[in-house]
Design a protein around this ligand. Structure first.
Ligand SMILES: Cc1cc2nc3c(=O)[nH]c(=O)nc-3n(C[C@H](O)[C@H](O)[C@H](O)COP(=O)(O)OP(=O)(O)OC[C@H]3O[C@@H](n4cnc5c(N)ncnc54)[C@H](O)[C@@H]3O)c2cc1C
Length: 827
């Protein structure tokens, strides 16, 4: 027993030091002291001496830096250099672009919550708020999405004019060039509102404000290029597009076969240095109407007109539409969401060198330029559009489920529908927090490479889930397309969001953890960078410091993961109030588990982890859910810890933690080296998998919250367009909702009388009259039911068409005939 107590004392001292991440010296002192004190008190002399010898054998060499470097770090440095995969230039560029924000804390195994909570609360300026309440509301009031998506296949001219005139295309352009110079938060709010009305309008506005000519010019353009293009782009005098993708280069954009050869050509009688371009691009948004075309291609200089290098690499140019040889104007048809999108081709098209973005000095830097700018647009466009659609779904599904009656009840009362409503509410809460967090990161000056990938993937995947639930809740009403259908086009638009700006499967499998693990990890990137230090002594010193920091970090994460797992994350100090403290602790636990697993996975699998996409995807999920849950807690704090939001926060938090647990479980279960997997399981899940998805009771509270007006619902639908204008069915449904709810007790009375056989008439009017005569209802109550029934009829009804109205106005046969006629004329 005395021996056991001594051993236990040494272990507890070691565990406590590891848990709190003390220095090596502090650990040595604490462990030796604990062994001595308990050993002497318990009289366990033999055990005490054995333990002390062991402790000193470990501590002394480690505390002698010169010895440690020579005997331990130097051989390990050799091994590390051999095992570290060489990064391709493309990967190197991707890793160097962007900054690390709070996601780095989540990778640390011991997040410093103060850093998150002291970040300023994101807020719109008065000017931005006025824009949202002015031009954005006005634009929303002009939108007839059926006209756009079915009748015109385009925005009507007055909408194009309004967008240009009010500088919607210039949200990211500074005021000095005539743009709006909005914050990322305002930019996000505008897109959210637009997308709550029309995915076509929102996509049209999103693209010029995302990665494209304006963003690239702002960062890399020459003064002349900026002064020429930016003022014209800000007011829509120039319509931009950016062409990267082609038939042979989709997700792997670096493989573009499009090329340019540096050459001289006589232009207007003057010999001009330029590039002869051959390219085949597709899927390019705004291309059919673009006046300035951003083009990515590989630049070659075989005659060395620019310098020594022949293959200069990816380069970016801006071509005016009038460039001879440019084939542009045809349209693709993206899933009935007819924003302008089409192919661009060119063979031996000559462009002067002045068209290169940034001028000749930026030749070959195109990939770096793209990657450096990518994260900002990706943090805003797709997450905001997804969030706007989800906010509209909350308003629409919540109101519709209360208005639509079946089996004598509002469908919201059925548990199956309630489950879908809870998902809509909970996932929307999480996504609003996520898109707010990434926009806030951009506004703090970050280039959030990893969070933008998290936001792009999860916001669009959850929008897909919410769109699917919205369709289910609405049944046939959402299936029958027409002006009255506000859900169908949103559903159709989902795969577009999933595919663009980094297709989701690749984003999840390759990018989130792949980049996160190296960028956010406190040691890995630094260790890799240490390999390139030229001076060996300096390299060894740096590596030694990082290596032992890393080992201590790993031990600490193992201990923290085990202890927090064993105690159900119920101990220790953490941030938050009495309600949220347990949430922060849970995040502490899974942060330690993620850091531990990431180290073990990278350590054991090395470069092979890159190809184990299913493992990498799951660890990426863990990082994502931790990031999303942290964003939700920040949102809760920023909004003044509103009690009304608690069901939403709790639902979304439990969902995230359950998914985190399942992702970790899946990664460990499928880890190829089984004994390592068993050890990880013991450390991460010492009591098994104990997190559960949100309960049915919690789901009921969320469903109740989104089916009735209230402050939590208002916050959830903030920045959705809900003004009850004639073109806005969801807005008008929402406006009617209080009356529908007020009539429910009267409806119940009426329903009871019907069921009891008190009312014999076959039609509704007759039944109401009978109910009044029988004293079941008063005249006022009957009028109330009549009003609500009339009011809701519009919302449950669908469109029908004259057969001639459907079908393309111009068929393929017509087009073929036209082409034949043209050919005949030419012949
Ligand atoms: C409506 C629309 C608008 C667009 N607008 C523009 C634009 O304005 N400018 C522009 O340049 N491009 C644009 N794109 C192109 C868009 O960025 C590409 O579609 C996208 O990069 C994916 O390429 P792909 O469609 O060829 O799919 P592919 O690359 O063929 O991918 C097919 C599938 O394989 C998966 N995949 C690929 N590689 C991996 C991997 N390593 N690991 C795991 N999974 C992988 C993908 O995730 C996807 O699920 C647009 C596309 C669409 C549909």
């Amino acid at each position: 027993m005395s021996a056991f107590l001594t051993l236990l004392a040494a272990l507890v001292a070691t565990g406590a030091c590891a848990y709190h991440r003390t220095s090596l010296r502090a650990w040595a002192i604490a462990t030796v002291a604990a062994t001595l004190v308990v050993g002497v008190l318990a009289g366990a002399w033999v055990t005490m001496v054995v333990l002390l010898v062991l402790e000193l054998l470990i501590a002394v060499p480690l505390l002698m830096p010169a010895f440690r470097r020579r005997k331990i770090s130097a051989p390990l440095l050799k091994l590390f250099a051999r095992a570290t995969p060489t990064l391709s230039a493309t990967e190197q560029t991707a890793l160097e672009a962007g900054t690390v924000g709070f996601e780095g804390e989540l990778f640390s195994g011991k997040p410093d919550w103060k850093l998150l909570l002291k970040q300023p609360r994101p807020e719109l300026s008065t000017e931005e708020q006025a824009f949202l309440e002015g031009p954005v509301e006005q634009l929303c009031a002009m939108i007839d999405d059926w006209q756009i998506t079915h009748e015109l296949g385009d925005l009507p001219p007055e909408v194009w004019e309004f967008i240009k005139k009010n500088r919607f295309f210039g949200m990211i352009i500074p005021k000095q060039y005539g743009g709006l110079q909005f914050s990322a938060l305002a930019h996000s709010a505008v897109l959210q509102k637009l997308n709550s009305m029309s995915a076509t309008v929102a996509s049209t506005v999103a693209v010029p404000n995302s990665l494209g000519p304006a963003e690239l010019l702002l960062h890399y353009g020459t003064e002349e290029q900026k002064n020429h293009y930016l003022p014209r782009l800000a007011v829509g005098e120039e319509i931009p597009c950016f062409a990267l993708t082609g038939p042979y280069a989709g997700s792997d954009a670096t493989s573009i076969p499009d090329y340019g050869i540096v050459c001289k050509q006589v232009v207007d009688g003057v010999e001009t240095l330029g590039v002869r371009l051959t390219f085949d691009k597709r899927y390019i948004t705004l291309a059919p109407i673009a006046t300035v075309i951003g083009l990515a291609f590989r630049l070659y200089d075989p005659e060395h007109l620019l310098g020594e290098t022949e293959d200069l690499g990816i380069t970016l140019a801006l071509l005016p539409r009038s460039t001879p040889g440019l084939e542009i104007g045809r349209r693709h048809f993206p899933l009935n969401i007819p924003f302008q999108n089409g192919p661009i081709h060119g063979k031996d098209v000559f462009a002067p060198l002045t068209t290169l973005i940034g001028g000749p000095k930026m030749a070959g830097h195109g990939w770096r330029m793209l990657v450096e700018c990518l994260s900002v647009g990706r943090a805003i466009s797709l997450p905001s559009n997804a969030t706007g659609g989800m906010r509209a779904s909350v308003a629409a599904s919540g109101a519709y489920a209360r208005m639509r009656k079946q089996f004598g009840l509002a469908i919201a009362r059925f548990e199956g529908v309630e489950e879908a409503l809870a998902r809509i509410g909970g996932l929307t809460y999480a996504t609003t927090a996520l898109s707010r967090a990434t926009a806030a990161a951009v506004d703090r000056g970050e280039k959030p490479a990893v969070p933008s990938a998290i936001a792009k993937y999860h916001a669009t995947e959850w929008a897909r889930q919410v769109a699917s639930d919205t369709m289910d809740i609405h049944g046939g009403k959402a299936v029958q397309l027409g002006p009255k259908n506000y859900a169908g086009r949103g559903w159709e638009s989902v795969p577009i969001a999933i595919t663009v700006e980094g297709a989701n499967v690749m984003t999840r499998s390759l990018m989130i953890f792949g980049q996160g693990a190296i960028r956010c990890h406190p040691y890995v990137l630094k260790e890799m960078q240490a390999l390139s230090i030229a001076d060996y002594g300096e390299k060894l010193r740096t590596f030694d410091r990082l290596l032992f920091g890393h080992i201590g970090f790993g031990i600490s994460n193992a201990v923290r993961s085990f202890v927090l797992g064993l105690t159900g994350a119920a101990i220790g100090q953490s941030a938050g109030d009495a309600y949220t403290r347990r949430f922060y602790r849970k995040l502490d636990r899974y942060s330690a588990a993620l850091a531990l697993c990431a180290d073990v996975f990278m350590g054991v699998l090395g470069g092979k982890l890159k190809f184990k996409e299913k493992l990498s995807a799951r660890l990426g999920d863990v990082l994502s859910y931790l990031y999303i849950a942290s964003s939700m807690l920040k949102r809760y704090e920023d909004t003044g810890r509103p009690e009304a939001d608690r069901p939403l926060l709790a639902w979304a938090f439990h969902e995230c933690m359950w998914r985190t647990q399942m992702a970790l479980d899946g990664a460990i279960r499928n880890f190829p080296v089984r004994p390592v997997g068993w050890l990880l399981r013991a450390l991460v899940f010492p009591l098994g998998r104990r997190d559960v998805p949100p309960s049915d009771r919690l789901g009921r509270r969320v469903a109740a919250l989104i089916t009735a007006p209230g402050e939590a619902r208002d916050r959830l639908t903030e920045w959705a367009y809900l003004t009850p204008t004639p073109n806005n069915t969801i807005g008008r449904m929402n406006a009617l909702l209080p009356q529908v709810i007020a009539a429910e007790p009267v409806e119940r009375k009426f329903g009871k009388a019907l069921k009891a056989g008190q009312l014999q008439a076959h039609d509704y009017e007759g039944q109401l009259a009978e109910a009044v005569r029988a004293g079941v209802l008063t005249e006022a109550e009957a009028a109330q039911l009549r009003r609500v029934r009339e009011g809701t009829f519009e919302f449950i009804s669908v469109d029908d068409f004259d057969p001639a109205e459907l079908g393309a106005k111009v068929t393929r046969a017509d087009r073929r005939h036209e082409a034949d006629e043209r050919h005949k004329r030419i012949a």
